[in-house]
Design a protein. Sequence first.
Length: 152
Amino acid sequence: MIKIILSILILCCIAYLGYGIERYYKIRLAIINEYVDFLRYASREIEFLKTNIIDLINKYPSKVKQFDLNIGDESSINIDSKYLTKEVNQSISSFFDKLTTTDYNSRSNLLNHSIEVAEQYRVVAEKEKIQKGELSRKLCILAGIGLLILSL
C-alpha cells in the first residue's frame, strides 16, 4: 500500500515539474506578446496624438504582472525579468532608454524597428513554448507513468 502511494506521489511530483516548465515558457511568451502590444500601442499614440512618453508608459494597461511599466518623472526603465533571456531584457531596456532620449521624428523609426525585433522574439518564444514547454510537460508525465509502472 505504501509503495502504491509513494509511486503515485512520484508521478504527481514529476508531472508537476513538467507543468512548471511549461508555465515558464507560457509566461515568457505572454511577456513578449505584451511587449509587442505595448509597442503597437505606443506607435499609435505617439504618431497620432503626440503623447508624452512618460504619460504613455504610466497609462498603459498591462495584462501580465511581470510586464508592469510604472516609472516616475525622470527614472529610466530597466526590465530584468527572470522569464526573458539576457538578450531580450537588454533589448527592451535599451528600447526604453532610446525612447526617452529621441525626438518625435526618430521615435516612429525606433518603434518600427523595435516592433520588427519584438516580432522575431515572439516567433522564437512561440517555437520554444511548443518545443520545450509542451514537450517537457508530456515527457515528464510519461516519465512519471514509466516510473510508476517500474516501481509496481
